[in-house]
Every structure is written in C-alpha cells, then in structure tokens.
Write a protein that binds this ligand. Structure first.
Ligand code: FAD
Length: 471
C-alpha cells in the first residue's frame, strides 16, 4: 500500500504541509492533474501555463531525487478529477490521499467531489491548510464575520500569530524508489501565444529560494523607499513562485524573522512593510473564501453592480496594447505584454485607468491581466481589480482617481521606466516623457491621449455618484 499526495498550486518538496503529512505514512506516490481546457476557460494564458509546466517538471525531478514518483495526467475538465484519482488510487493500492486546500469556489467544489468519491470508496482523504498562516474562518471580526477591511485583519493576524503556525514542515525523507507503470511527464502545453522568455522566470524551488535570498540581501532594507519605483526593481518578484507554491509564505516569513531579530511587526521598516504585503496576499485568500460572490464575477459591494460601464472596444484595445497616450500606463501594459509581470504600483495605475478613466468594466481588465500574468492568481488579482475599481473590500474610495501623469512624475521621476518600455519616447528629455507635447508625440510616433484626465475624472465621478450606496 501507499499514500497519494495530490499536488496543485503547491509545487514544492520543502515545507509542504500535505506532503509532510503524507510522508509520515511512507511510501508516497505523487500525482499532478492538468486540465489545459479548464485552465484556459478560467482565463490563464501562455505565461502562466508555461511556468506551471516547467514548475511541474522541476517538481518531478526533485521528487525523483527522494524516490517519490510523480504521476501526471491530462484531463479535459476537473469534473474528471474524482474518477481519475480513484483510478490511480486503485492501481497503486493507495489507502489515503492528501492535498493542500485552495480557497476559491471552484477549487473547493472540486475538492469536495474528490473527497466524496474517496470516502465512498473507503479511502481516507485529508485536506491541509498550507497556503496561508490562518485558514479562512480562523480570523474573524468581533461579530464573527470575515474581515472586509485590511487593517483590522492585519492587526488580528499579527496578534494571533504563533511560532507554531510558521514552523517549517518536515521535508520527506528519501524513500526506496517505487516502480509505477506510467510516470511519463506531460508534453508541453499547446499555447495560444509565445510565453515570455523562460530565462525571466526560471521555475522551481531552487530558483524561488535564490530570489528570496537575493531580495533579503540586496533589496529588503531599501524596500520602503524603493518599492513604489518601477525602474528600481526594489521588490522581491516572488509572486509567480508564491502563486504556484514553489515557495511558501512560511519560508518567506521565516527568512524575514531571521533578518529582523525575530520580529515581523517591528524593527527594520523594509522587512515589516514586506511582511505586510504577504498579509495582503493572505487577506485576499480569506476574502475569496469568505465572500464567495467574488468568485462568481460579482462585485464585493453589490450596489456597484448597477454602474453603467462603457462598452468601448477601441479604448479597451488601446489600453491592452499600451497605446493610450499616457506614457506610464502604456509602459506598464507593455511591461506586462513583454515579461508577463507588472510592478504593483503600475497595476494600480493601469487598473484605475481602465476602470475609472475609461469606465470599462473592471472584469475585462481582471481577465486580461490573468491571461497575461505569469503570477496570475485569482484572489490577489480579483482583490486588486476590485480595489482599483472601488467595488471591493477596503477599496479605494470612488473619488480617488490616480492622475497617471502625477503618478508618473512621482514614481518614475527621471522617466527611466517609460524610456525602457516605450522606447519611442526615450529620445525626449526625461522631464518631457510623462506628458509629451503634441509636437513631440508627432515627432516620436506616439499617440495623443485617448481621454483627457479631467473630463474622464468628471465622467467617472458622475457615474459612481449616481449609484445608490447601501443604507
Ligand atoms: P513584493 O512587493 O515583493 O511582495 C511580496 C509578496 O506579497 C508578493 O509576491 C505577493 O505574493 C504578495 N503581495 C504583494 N502585494 C500584494 C497585494 N497588493 N495583494 C496581494 N498580494 C500581494 N498579485 C499576484 O500574486 N497575482 C495577481 O494576479 C495579482 N494581480 C493584481 C492585480 C491588480 C490590479 C493589483 C493592483 C495587484 C495585483 N497583485 C497580484 C498584487 C501585487 O501587485 C503583486 O503581488 C506584486 O506586484 C508582485 O510583486 P513582488 O513579488 O515583487 O511583490
């Protein structure tokens, strides 16, 4: 007999709660199910699918190194997960199945169906909480509700955190190799577009650990000062690795603890601020689990559903191709198209530009980001978009509209980021890159702004004002 470990978005051997639990009842056989049609229907694009594929290949090698085979299967849809997993369980005579929970609605449904099928077959199933320090439902307001505001959530998170929650899980000991029949790796996924250069995002645990180390060594201490400046690369760029679990939040937080004399809440301002970003990540996981309407294409604030979003294909196209005539927005979108990643400050700027200046439904932007991001992850992406569009938890108040040109002058003061991603503007003096004159635009072959900031602002305020907020 053996124990099955079902990997999903937790592609690592180190510090993996479900794997550690499975390995206590050695021997372990690992499984990975892939459904390209399902992921494509859910909006994941080439960058994420390619990174996922490379991550599974790297995981397979790491597991092989400790004698654990990784069985990989393609399925059309996750409806087939119960039958496929049961089939494998019977073939290898498994007595138990372990996995780590995922919190969005569809994933929870999928896991319940698997658990039901296994229970009926008399095989034990255990889901583990691994992706976050507190399982959704463990941190609640005084009234027993899920938090819908970040600050009190973060306070509760810090207050209730114990060393045990952050203790790293045991890595499985090497086991005698098991022979299985079908250990063939999956073929590379068919992709609708060329993925970003794989060199930008090497997959796997070792690459993630290396990034964490470099972040702590070179960037963490400057994080507060540099994190908002896209030209400075002052953030960890760990998001793709956290999204697919090639590194865990515990590993990140343990590293932060040891850099900061054992504290996550006080001490080095850079580390403390970075830890709070990891808490934002956790907050949005809780939001997805606690307010499942957000997983059904719904705004967190129901009254914003009545907003008269504009149907404007030409503007959407200009935004998505980085041709809005606002250099910082275009630089941001071109960074996304080129690298599969966008700096956080610019995600906010670009998302507000679409949802407020263009008054185009944030759901279109959310889907576009997911299709292009290598770190595309439902909870953070939905949370970020609903924040920007003022429809979400703890969202920006609707009258808060970033002026893209002001943001540009403030966070890309010498126009370096613009010059890198909108090279046609690189010939201009740095101070002119934020809002070139009409003549400069003509000379550089760069478009005029597709909307005027003040007019667009007034239009957005009017549209939001006409909504009736809840009593
Ligand atoms: P760091 O600054 O080094 O932060 C460390 C980690 O904390 C990140 O890797 C990430 O896991 C987490 N984190 C940081 N900021 C946030 C945040 N605001 N919300 C949630 N988690 C955060 N992040 C994703 O991982 N996937 C997405 O699909 C995604 N979509 C977004 C869409 C919009 C409109 C916005 C405004 C934000 C989005 N974010 C998303 C959050 C954030 O922009 C990225 O996590 C961050 O830019 C990743 O860079 P980093 O790893 O260098 O971050």
């Amino acid at each position: 007999t053996c124990t099955l470990m079902w990997f999903r978005s937790d592609l690592r051997v180190q510090d993996n709660t479900a794997l550690a639990a499975a390995a206590r009842r050695s021997p372990v056989i690992a499984v990975f199910l892939r459904s390209i049609p399902h992921w494509q229907r859910h909006g994941h694009g080439a960058n994420k699918l390619d990174f996922w594929h490379r991550g599974v290949a790297t995981l397979g090698e790491a597991l092989a190194g400790i004698g654990i085979p990784l069985l990989q299967r393609d399925i059309d849809d996750f409806d087939q997960a119960p039958a496929t997993l049961l089939d494998i369980a019977r073939q290898v005579d498994a007595t138990a199945l372990h996995f780590n929970h995922e919190y969005p609605l569809d994933e929870q449904r999928r896991d319940r169906a698997v658990a039901d099928a296994f229970h009926q077959a008399g095989i034990m199933v255990t889901g583990h909480h691994d992706a976050v320090a507190f399982a959704p439902g463990e941190l609640l307001t005084g009234k027993g509700d899920f938090y819908s505001v970040y600050t009190p959530f973060a306070r509760a998170w810090h207050r209730q955190l114990t060393a045990r929650r952050l203790a790293l899980r045991d890595a499985p000991s090497p086991q005698a190799s098991i022979r299985t029949e079908s250990e063939r790796p999956l073929a590379p996924p068919p992709l609708a577009a060329n993925p970003a250069d794989a060199g930008l995002w090497p997959a796997g645990e070792a690459a993630a650990a290396d990034r964490l180390e470099r972040f702590l060594r070179f960037r963490a201490r400057h994080y507060v000062r540099q994190r908002d400046f896209p030209a400075l690369a002052g953030t960890s760029e760990l998001s793709p690795y956290l999204a697919l679990g090639m590194i865990s939040h515990r590993q990140c937080l343990q590293a932060a603890l040891s850099e900061n004399d054992g504290s996550l809440a006080e001490g080095d301002a850079g580390i403390v601020s970075w830890v709070n970003e990891l808490v934002w990540r956790e907050f949005y996981h809780h939001v997805a689990a606690g307010f499942p309407q957000v997983c059904r294409f719904r705004a967190f604030q129901p009254h914003t559903e009545a907003l008269a979003w504009r149907d404007d294909e030409t503007s959407f196209r200009a935004w998505s191709e980085g041709r809005t005539g606002y250099p910082i927005v275009d630089a941001a979108m071109r960074q996304l198209l080129r690298s599969g990643w966008m700096h956080n400050r610019l995600r906010m700027v670009a998302a507000m530009f679409l949802s407020k200046h263009l008054l185009i439904d944030w759901r279109r932007g959310e889907a576009f980001f997911l299709r292009h991001l290598v770190d595309g992850e439902f909870c953070a992406n939905n949370g970020g978009w609903q924040w920007a569009a003022s429809t979400g938890t703890d969202a920006a108040p609707y009258f808060r509209l970033f002026n893209p040109t002001t943001q540009s002058r403030r966070f890309d003061p010498d126009g370096r980021f613009i010059a890198e991603h909108v090279p046609e503007l690189a010939v201009l003096p740095p101070r002119d890159r934020h809002a070139p004159s009409d003549d400069q635009r003509r000379a550089c072959g760069y478009p005029l702004p597709i909307v005027d900031h003040r007019t667009a602002r007034a239009r957005a305020l009017e549209a939001f004002k006409s909504l009736s907020p809840p009593a």
